[in-house]
Design a protein around this ligand. Structure first.
Ligand SMILES: [Fe+2]
Ligand SMILES: [Fe+2]
Length: 319
């Protein structure tokens, strides 16, 4: 297990080898494990796996006609997507970026020690999710399948098309965005009285760790973004709102598949989505989820917050 005791660090001589100040592990990161270790209670028909207020299509009359079991199944599918999104953010975006961030010599607000603690946390979170999938299947019978995540694919493709000399900047910017967005999205996903308690515990524990990561990434961004060259700054100012939109915009094709898998045909699924998704409401939710990075980027004098607000206001379902 990680050393989280400052005295142990001093005793082993680590502080002498590394003159930068070291925060306690639990102040920066801190892996937790209750959600994966506690026994799961039995599932009742009223339990949901995802905040239903983020699933307006689950309240549509055509879905209500299918009964409570269809609504529960839809919430399982949203939670499955959420786990896949989170897991791919941890490894494919954040830890990929931390490998690059470790090579930036001039940053002092986040130390090498802090970054390695976060790197370890993210690896642990993917293990926690994997354990959760196994426990969930044993207790509830629901299989939480591993699949690609549409929103993470959108973020990664923005990094992949970056010019070669800006590729590392894009990867680090993507992590700054996801790490300052994910705490709020975790909190929103687990809100609601009907959430199956192990789901609530998993999201709350992960959210507590992510709050510490968010603080570290806010410090890092506050030092890193003003330190880049003028050209790099302009590139990042243009890229950041695209990354935020890619991460937060609804995954309509996935929701369509979910509706078909609970028994609607493709035309009915189109109708449910068309009649239940209010673009203005989606825009408000995107703005709320992005509060922390919007404030951060505005404080740094970047124009990207305003352009993200335009994207959110103008969001419409894909045709
Ligand atoms: Fe995480
Ligand atoms: Fe994180």
């Amino acid at each position: 297990m990680p050393i989280d005791d400052g005295e142990a660090d001093s005793a082993s001589g680590v502080l002498e080898m590394n003159p930068s100040p070291q925060r306690l592990w639990r102040e920066v990161a801190a892996v937790t494990r209750c959600a994966t270790e506690a026994p799961f209670p039995s599932l009742t028909p009223g339990h949901l796996f995802f905040n239903v207020s983020l699933m307006p299509y689950a309240m549509h009359p055509l879905v209500c006609d299918l009964g409570q079991s269809a609504r529960q199944r839809l919430s399982v599918l949203r939670f499955e997507d959420y786990l896949n999104k989170t897991e791919r953010v941890e490894l494919g975006i954040v830890n990929r970026a931390i490998e690059k961030m470790l090579e930036i010599p001039r940053i002092t607000s986040v130390t090498r020690d802090d970054l390695l603690a976060i790197y370890t946390d993210e690896g642990f979170h993917t293990w926690m999710i994997e354990r959760f999938r196994q426990h969930c299947q044993r207790t509830t019978g629901y299989v939480l399948a591993r699949r690609p995540s549409l929103s993470v694919t959108r973020v990664q493709s923005l990094c992949d098309v970056a010019p070669a000399h800006y590729r590392n900047l894009a990867i680090i910017a993507a992590a700054c965005v996801t790490e300052t967005l994910i705490t709020t999205t975790l909190r929103q996903a687990g809100a609601g009285d009907d959430i199956y308690p192990p789901v609530r515990a998993l999201l709350a524990e992960h959210g507590a760790d992510e709050m510490r990561h968010q603080a570290a990434f806010v410090r890092f961004s506050g030092e890193w973004l003003p330190s880049v060259s003028k050209d790099e700054g302009e590139y990042l100012d243009a890229l950041l709102p695209e990354l935020m939109t890619a991460f937060l915009a609804p995954e309509i094709p996935a929701w369509h598949d979910h509706l078909c898998s609970v028994g609607l045909d493709a035309m009915q699924a189109d109708r449910v989505l068309g009649e239940s998704i209010d673009p203005l409401e989606v825009g408000v939710q995107m703005m709320e989820a992005a509060l922390v990075p919007r404030r951060l980027f505005a404080r740094l004098g970047l124009s990207c917050s305003e352009r993200f607000a335009q994207h959110a206001r103008r969001w419409r379902p894909p045709r």
